[in-house]
Write a protein that binds this ligand. Structure first.
Ligand SMILES: [Mn+2]
Length: 444
């Protein structure tokens, strides 16, 4: 009797299918090999995402998709910012002791996350799949050098992505997953059940470029298009930025047989830092995603609600850009304790900063010589006007226990800021990121 392992994966997604491939190979090699895998795609849709009755394996795994607190789910991996449907689900995950549920929103792809976790914790060897893992990072993380590369569809991984995203037949991706786990990507493309799908899809891809060229309205660096009257499910999401390289955000409405989708994205090649977390905006409408790209699914009958949400988001993004579109590089202006935060920011993100103005800063000397010096930029003006107050602040911080005595002797400010925020911010990576958000939103 074989053990039945049901693997739920993010459907119509290269990373979802690849996650299922890496997970199943890992399971067979490191957990047990007398198993039969059954692959089931999950899609974001309006209403309930999971049907408990479908969790019918001896083991049930979810990869690259939202968390379920069902006791039948025995494995879970995800990297989406919006991984939890409710705070209760997040709390359930926090309390989990199984050591089989893993989450890290900092990973570019769930595939590389699974590879890393299973290698470190279970001794899995991901090397034979390194090409697949590298490409999921490039594709899911939108790490193409430019929009042209992303739209030209030259690489086998990109062709496979297109095939997966537009697959109409529900048995297609489950057939593909075992190949992703065992065969070079170029070879998979030659398979008789894959090869014939390509030519018509490439034609459709060209047609979608023409349609989007026609339909896209560009204003205040935010694109909007409505293609709900077209069969465009699975269009390449980089086309809008290829057509409008000057844009920063894009909001698109598209339709398939079971949903109307509002896609919200940011231009990966725009010479501007993202200003808002798009996952958060989508969550307000019942959707989710990542900071740089998100989506909301509406029932197929809810055209109007979807259009209304899309219009509101377009207005919101345009308003944000109109009021706060400060192109990088920026001049940082900071006061008092903000001087220290600004210095840390400058050393962490030197490419964003062209100059700094520090008014009565804490630790101005160090900021000038170390942080800004190492960033290779210049201080426009660093003048501790109120030297005794600065002295007092330094003295207080020095002895408050929040900062160690060694802090002021540290040479590198990006590191030095850490003890100050480490207590409230947790792990170091998060800490730096939160300092950065704090710097942008409250100190500047
Ligand atoms: Mn993913």
């Amino acid at each position: 009797m074989l053990l039945k392992v049901r693997v739920f994966y993010h459907d119509k997604c290269f990373d979802g299918a690849s996650s299922a491939a890496v997970f199943s190979r890992f399971y067979r090699e490191r957990i047990r090999n007398d198993v039969e895998f059954v692959f089931s795609g999950l899609l974001h849709r309006a209403g309930a995402l999971f049907n408990e009755d479908h969790f019918d394996g001896d083991e049930n795994a979810i990869v690259d998709f939202k968390y379920s607190s069902s006791p039948k789910i025995t494995w879970w991996f995800d990297h989406h910012q919006s991984a939890f449907l409710t705070p209760e689900d997040a709390a359930h995950f926090e309390q989990d002791q199984s050591n089989r549920k893993f989450y890290d929103p900092d990973f570019k792809s769930c595939t590389s996350f699974i590879a890393m976790v299973t290698e470190q914790r279970f001794g899995f060897n991901p090397v034979p799949l390194s090409d697949l893992i590298r490409w999921t990072d490039i594709i899911d993380g939108a790490m193409y050098p430019d929009a042209k590369t992303a739209v030209e569809m030259k690489e086998p991984a990109m062709k496979l992505t297109m095939v997966i995203e537009s697959a109409q037949d529900h048995t297609f991706v489950p057939r593909l997953i075992p190949l992703l786990a065992s065969m070079p990507l170029a070879k998979i493309l030659e398979q008789p059940f894959v090869a014939p799908l390509l030519a018509p899809l490439l034609q459709r891809h060209q047609r979608s470029i023409t349609i989007l060229k026609d339909r896209t309205e560009s204003k205040d660096a935010t694109l909007f298009f409505d293609v709900t009257d077209q069969e465009l499910e699975g269009y390449n999401k980089f086309i809008p930025y290829y057509l409008h390289p000057e844009s920063i955000y894009s909001v698109g409405l598209s339709k398939s047989s079971f949903r109307v989708k509002v896609s919200v994205g940011s231009n990966p090649w725009a010479n501007s830092e993202r200003l808002v977390n798009l996952a958060k905006i989508c969550e307000r409408y019942g959707g989710g995603g990542h900071a740089r790209v998100g989506a909301i699914s509406f029932d197929v009958t809810q055209n109007e609600a979807a259009r209304k949400a899309a219009n509101e988001i377009v207005e919101e993004l345009r308003a944000i850009l109109a009021s706060a579109n400060v192109p990088s590089p920026r001049v940082l202006v900071a006061h008092s304790f903000g001087g220290m935060i600004a210095a840390a920011y400058a050393s962490r993100f030197p490419h964003e900063i062209s100059a700094m103005v520090l008014v009565d800063p804490v630790g101005a000397r160090e900021a000038r010589t170390d942080a800004v010096g190492s960033a290779g930029r210049r201080v426009v003006r660093a003048e501790p006007r109120d030297a005794p107050a600065t002295q007092r602040a330094r003295h207080h911080l020095h002895h408050s226990g929040r900062l160690s005595g060694r802090l002021w002797r540290l040479r590198h400010w990006g590191w030095a800021i850490h003890p100050a925020y480490g207590h409230c911010c947790g792990p170091r990576r998060r800490c730096i990121r939160q300092c950065r958000e704090r710097t942008l939103h409250s100190e500047i």
